[in-house]
Write a protein that binds this ligand. Structure first.
Ligand code: TXA
Ligand code: MG
Length: 337
């Protein structure tokens, strides 16, 4: 199949929407990462997303809508707290897991009785939803297991020849995927995947926000994941990633032992000044680190790097999302200095 590259102009967005209405798949920019969009109510179209990504069938897709008021068409019994949270944070980088109704086919929800609903704020994604008139199922547009794409070029790298089109909407703003939450007993929020809507932000609207244990820890044998995506190795470049927790002085001493041509460090911007070995930086603040992380992991692969030592990010605020992606990229290999 030829994958056509579309631009952020009305004529091309109409083309993208037509492809989706006709059962095709399009790489679409969002404010978090690029998604692989298809009509969520069309089982054949959804099947082709799973095929293109090589994604396990039990990992559910998020359904993207133009407005939270449309969620009633695809869900049942929306808790009051979900409406309050949506009112504050939608459109934006948040996915709310709700009980689904029959209009969402089982293949879309990975066999679950729930569906993740997201209202993206990116104007390209928003316009394509409007023009298509479809609920759009969209996982991140990477091959399963690889870092999520934050540019149209990344989507082409993974999906050229496997999907109908990619819309180029520039670099993704947040750089990590949406925060995924579930509402419990209409009183608490459980964060299933951390993102740029943080625990602290959610605590402004409810008294109890639980961080699901699978966010920071590997699942034990036989444990089931509240969010199926958490059980797979994820976000990994080809290079072997090792996360190292400690200050830059200890970090530098530690990586000295491994210094060679195909070993790199991924450190904070301010660490670079006196760092004597091969390195890239991924920002200074947590938001910058979220923005750059996946881009850098892909760049390190392009250089043919075999091993990457990453200076661990803070786990506060948006940092938790960065830490969560890195600990998976590292296959839970963390060195604490
Ligand atoms: O920012 C995002 O959310 C991006 C953009 C494209 O919108 N999408 C995205 O989709 O990251 P994906 O499929 O790569 O990740 C969705 C995550 C998976 O870990 C999945 O297991 C979880 O959300 N998820 C989806 N539906 C769920 C459900 N009903 N219950 C629990 N977890 C769910
Ligand atoms: Mg993904």
């Amino acid at each position: 199949m030829e994958t056509i590259l579309l631009e952020d102009c009305e004529a091309d967005l109409i083309k993208a929407a037509d492809i989706i209405r006709g059962g095709g798949i399009v790489g679409i920019p969002t404010e978090t990462v690029y998604g692989l969009g298809a009509d969520a109510s069309n089982p054949e179209a959804v099947k082709s997303i799973f095929n293109a990504k090589n994604r396990p069938a039990d990992n559910p897709l998020i359904v993207h809508l133009a407005d939270f008021s449309d969620a009633e068409k695809y869900t049942a019994n929306i808790p009051e707290l979900a409406k309050i949270i949506a009112d504050r944070f939608c459109p934006g980088p948040l996915t709310i897991v709700l009980p689904k109704n029959d209009r969402i086919p089982s293949i879309t929800s990975g066999g679950l009785k729930t569906v993740g609903i997201r209202i993206p704020s990116h104007k390209v994604m928003h316009r394509i939803i409007e023009l298509s008139g479809c609920p759009i199922a969209a996982p991140s547009a990477n091959t399963s297991g690889l870092p999520s794409p934050t540019s149209a070029a990344h989507v082409m790298d993974d999906m050229n020849g496997k999907i109908n089109a990619v819309v180029d909407g520039g670099q993704s703003e947040f750089g990590v995927e949406s925060t995924v939450i579930a509402i419990e007993n209409n009183t608490s929020v459980r964060i299933l995947r951390p993102g740029c809507i943080t625990k602290e932000m959610l605590l402004e609207l409810c008294d109890n926000v639980i961080i699901d244990p699978a966010i920071l820890h590997d699942l034990e044998e036989g444990q089931t994941a509240a969010s199926p995506g958490m059980k797979y190795k994820h976000y990994s470049p080809s290079a072997d990633v090792v996360m190292v927790e400690g200050n830059i002085k200890d970090f530098t001493e530690y990586v000295a032992k491994f210094n060679s041509m195909d070993v790199y460090s991924l450190i904070y911007d301010e660490d670079g000044k006196y760092f004597p070995y091969r390195y890239m930086t991924y920002g200074s603040t947590s938001s910058e680190q979220a923005h750059w992380l996946f881009q850098r992991l892909r760049e390190l692969d392009e250089l043919g790097v075999k091993k990457v030592f990453v200076r661990a990010p803070s786990v506060d605020g948006v940092g938790l999302a960065v830490y969560n992606r890195l600990i998976r990229a590292a296959g839970f290999e963390v060195i604490k200095l």
